[in-house]
Ligand binder design. Structure first.
Ligand code: DQA
Length: 147
């Protein structure tokens, strides 16, 4: 079983960007924690970050036949990208979208979510801990697939 974690634009700046919104934790630290949980549960995990929409689409497509689950924070593309939405639909894998901040309580332009309707579930507003919650959710889904 393999989970692929896809991180969208500017998430490589975590720990630097808007710490009042996203906190002080760096992406590498979040990934290290997720890796620990994956290892403890005997699941393979791969991490991918890109600031480019097409690269994210390519990565999602690569997951077809290679991964059994996706965890994605499409970041700003969440609110605009039909291409990422279509890629998620195309591969038809269990997909959990994560947002560190509570996008529902933020600006009007963040209220539109192109990704959520094609995802299995969303984790929103728990800070970096949301990635841990997404891991727990994905492990549960994988157990159900195996059973
Ligand atoms: C985000 C929320 C998006 O609106 C924003 O563009 C991001 C991060 C989050 O994790 O809270 O870059 O996806």
């Amino acid at each position: 079983m393999k989970i692929v974690v896809i991180q969208g634009p500017n998430l490589n700046m975590l720990g630097i960007r808007e710490q009042n919104i996203y906190g002080p934790m760096k992406l590498e630290q979040i990934h290290a924690q997720m890796k620990d949980v994956a290892t403890q549960n005997g699941v393979e995990i791969e991490f991918f970050q890109s600031n480019l929409e097409g690269e994210i689409v390519d990565k999602i497509q690569e997951c077809y036949g290679e991964a059994q689950g996706l965890i994605i924070n499409a970041a700003a593309y969440t609110h605009t990208s039909i291409a990422i939405r279509d890629a998620i639909s195309a591969v038809s894998l269990p997909t959990i979208e994560v947002h560190i901040s509570n996008i529902h309580r933020r600006e009007e332009f963040r209220q539109k979510n192109m990704i959520a309707p094609v995802c299995t579930s969303s984790v929103v507003g728990f800070g970096p801990f949301g990635y841990h919650l997404a891991m727990m959710g994905m492990l549960q889904i994988m157990n159900e697939i195996k059973a």
